[in-house]
Design a protein around this ligand. Structure first.
Ligand code: MOS
Length: 758
């Protein structure tokens, strides 16, 4: 993989120091902890007298528990407790609006005896060892009265409400009158989040105070939810997530096992560990729902868009209203006078869906960008030219407000050059290399940008170290490192003397690691905290007995590379902050910085904030043996200023690999009789691995977004996945002539190809 920094980048740089650490590829400061196995993930926390929990799931998708007999299990060796509806005691739902607490499922665990999806927890066994808990879980006998379940895979029977997401002009008329039309349906299947680190809760009570060691993308929200669900004061709840083995959105909000473990630990007065098994990961902790989308595009013969309709339906569970939001990027991506986006939710006897990397926009752009590729073919036009012709200059879905920083066009132009797009010959099967047919396709990408409100503190310590704190967490993207980079940039104190403290709900309130928003949000608070802490140091330097700067006017005191000195003198003339603190007999001095949310910032309100990208994909097709592979991807991303290109490339390249999975491999399939995910394991649910990974070339345009704050960063966690699948299916069409409109692309689809040999 290669990083290319666009020439424009350097020009537009807002760097304040000549050799800024901002924008420099920086190895992860937490790398040594991870590579030596000393980083503690949720299930790594061990406590004296810790016991183990194993849940029991329902064996079908709809019905009612008629009898639950725990006594055979209770008499087994080591078994301490079997919790179920009959004895769990009160658990509560979250209070709408209070502390913005957001839960994954409406229903509290064991709230009633109704079964609404396969695998729904009906009981949990707690025993001295995991083996004892697992054995006893098999001995709990449950009788059920099954009911007819709706686990129908297709959503084409949906007759319910369709909410309007966006509309302008008159789509019906414009589409009817358009000289060139595309009218197509696209399907994305259920995909399951499969982070390396599975869900786990380790819960410890100390009197009426509880600490949960979790794998959470949002410790602050997790605390609020657990306080409400358990019915304990929020100040008595602490949630710790030091490291995450990723989450992809599956760990944004708490799942029922956390409350189950907390109740068990309270009843037993012993620490409880509940590790969700990989199989349970497929039924009890969310998934990207199935989407069925209808795209209508109308255009002039020259390729100017006249009408765009985007209708989608996604499945949700029986109790939760989960809107995938496939129309997220559709309303602003292209200039089109007549547009309508609507969405609906179809109930199924399945677990609650959850956001998965690039929710809404990723499946939505798969459909929209596939439609655009089909339109280009229909017009006999280059698909890139079609996009450039319809590039939006303002946000037509929001009163024509300007974009804060949009370089969608440049993404395509730079990508085309790197990919060699001009060498493409459009005829199907017309390109070959080394006895394989090549297919080339492209698609656009976009993702929302936003700043969430948050607080960070920066602290100077008498031992010469610095500490930055924020109640956010590092999902694995490099959050620890970029926080240290900002502190380094502000203070000149090198990275090995900076401690980054995250992943604890008792820290100043930080955002969840979601929506690619941590970077754009927290860096501003850290920068302000550093500035404020430096001001306090300058004050102390100017007033402390024994300080060489005592008596100086505060305005004349400068701070350079950790040293305080007079502005008109060399940094070495002054004193190190550690010595100033020593002279003042202070252990430390700290200050807080805050980030104002974009929706509360008058300057940001008038702008449409998004990231953009272009994906260029090459597939190799071997018709004789029906083998398809993605061989090459060029990705150009416009995500504001890139703080740490090393970590950012990882994010985008990883997202591209996930896009190969989305395009060609990933699909959770359900048994329509029982609702069981039949490929709910790592042998049968196929994710892209090293062998599926193409040559990936990642380029960042690196234009700072002036509306996002001091660093102009927008975040890169999700955008790299957007557009990949649509570019793959376009490349597949180019190679094989087969138009696949339902993901993932299957060998069965490609057997329809008329290209039978090279
Ligand atoms: Mo992301 S799906 O907001 O973790």
């Amino acid at each position: 993989m290669r990083l290319s920094s666009g020439a424009a980048a350097t020009k537009a740089s807002m760097s304040t120091t000549p050799n800024s650490i901002i924008g420099a590829p920086t190895p992860r400061i937490d790398g040594p902890l991870k590579t030596t196995g000393t980083a503690e993930y949720a299930a790594d926390f061990h406590f004296d007298r810790l016991v183990h929990a194993m849940p029991i799931g329902a064996p079908f998708a709809s019905g009612r528990i008629t009898k639950l007999d725990a006594s055979p299990a209770e008499s087994m060796p080591g078994v301490l407790l079997v919790l179920h509806h009959g004895n769990i005691g009160p658990l509560f739902r979250t209070v709408p609006g209070d502390d913005n607490a957001t839960n994954s499922e409406v229903r509290a665990p064991f709230e009633d005896e109704v079964i609404r999806h396969w695998g729904q927890y009906v009981a949990v066994v707690i025993a001295e060892t995991l083996e004892q808990a697992t054995a006893a879980a098999a001995a709990v006998t449950v009788e059920y009265a099954p009911d007819t379940a709706n686990v129908r895979t297709s959503l084409d029977d949906y007759k319910g409400e369709r909410k309007t997401v966006s509309n302008r002009g008159d789509v019906d008329q414009a589409f009817d009158n358009a000289p060139v039309k595309i009218d197509a349906k696209y399907i994305t299947p259920v995909e399951t989040h499969n982070p390396i680190e599975m869900h786990a809760s380790v819960v410890v009570w100390d009197g009426d105070r509880v600490t949960l060691y979790e794998t959470s993308q949002g410790v602050v929200n997790h605390r609020a939810v657990m306080a409400q669900v358990l019915g304990v004061p929020i100040e008595n709840v602490r949630v710790v997530t030091r490291f995450l083995g990723s989450g992809f959105g599956g760990k944004l909000f708490p799942w029922p096992h956390a409350a189950m473990a907390a109740v068990a630990a309270r009843k037993l007065n012993r620490p409880v560990k509940l590790s969700v098994t990989r199989r349970m990961m497929f039924s009890n902790v969310g998934y990207r729902p199935r989407t069925e989308q209808h795209i209508q595009l109308g255009a002039t013969k020259e390729g100017k868009l006249l009408a765009l309709r985007h209708e989608y339906v996604n499945n949700t569970s029986m109790l939760d209203d989960f809107d995938e939001g496939c129309g997220e990027a559709t309303p602003y991506l292209y200039s089109v006078a007549n547009l309508e986006v609507t969405g609906g939710m179809a109930r199924r006897n399945m677990g609650a869906p959850m956001w998965m990397r690039g929710p809404g926009a990723v499946p939505g752009l798969y459909a929209l960008e596939s439609g655009m590729n089909e339109l280009a073919d229909e017009l006999g036009m280059d698909p890139m030219q079609l996009r450039l012709k319809n590039d939006a200059e303002k946000d037509e879905s929001h009163d024509n407000i300007p974009f804060s920083s949009r370089h969608f066009r440049e993404c395509f132009e730079v990508g085309a050059k790197k990919f060699g797009w001009e060498r493409r010959t459009p005829a199907i099967g017309s390109m070959q290399r080394d006895g394989k047919i090549l297919g080339w396709g492209l698609a656009g990408a976009s993702w929302v940008a936003m700043r969430l409100p948050c607080t960070a503190t920066v602290e100077f310590c008498a031992d010469g170290r610095l500490c930055v704190r924020c109640g956010t967490q590092d999902i694995g993207t490099g959050t620890y490192t970029i926080f240290a980079q900002v502190v380094y940039e502000k203070t000149g104190v090198p990275l090995d003397r900076i401690d980054v403290i995250l992943g604890d709900s008792s820290l100043p309130s930080g955002p969840m690691s979601g929506g690619s928003m941590v970077t754009g949000s927290v860096l501003n608070a850290i920068a302000a905290g550093a500035d404020n802490a430096i001001k306090r140091l300058q004050q102390i330097a100017a007033t402390t007995q024994g300080s060489p700067l005592r008596g100086a006017k505060v305005e004349t005191v400068a701070f350079t590379g950790g040293r305080l000195h007079l502005k008109d003198q060399d940094a070495n003339s002054g004193a190190h902050f550690a010595d100033i603190l020593g002279a003042a007999k202070l252990n430390r001095v700290s200050a807080e910085g805050k980030t104002v949310a974009t929706w509360e910032d008058p300057k940001a309100k008038g702008f449409s904030l998004h990231s953009y990208g272009a994906q260029f994909v090459e597939v190799e097709w071997e018709p004789d043996i029906a083998r398809l592979g993605v061989s090459r991807v060029v990705t150009v991303i416009d995500a504001g200023r890139i703080i740490n290109p090393a970590a950012a490339i990882n994010q985008v390249a990883g997202a591209v690999v996930m896009g190969v999975g989305m395009g060609m491999l990933e699909e959770t399939r359900y048994d329509e009789r029982t609702g069981q995910p039949i490929n709910g394991n790592f042998a049968d649910y196929i994710v892209a691995t090293c062998a599926d990974t193409p040559d990936i070339d990642v380029t960042f345009l690196n234009y700072p977004d002036p509306i996002m704050g001091e660093y102009g960063a927008r975040g890169v966690g999700e955008i790299g996945l957007a557009g990949v699948a649509a570019a793959i299916t376009a490349a597949v069409h180019h190679a094989t002539g087969v138009r696949v409109r339902e993901l993932p692309v299957r060998i069965e689809d490609l057997l329809k190809s008329k290209i039978v040999s090279v």
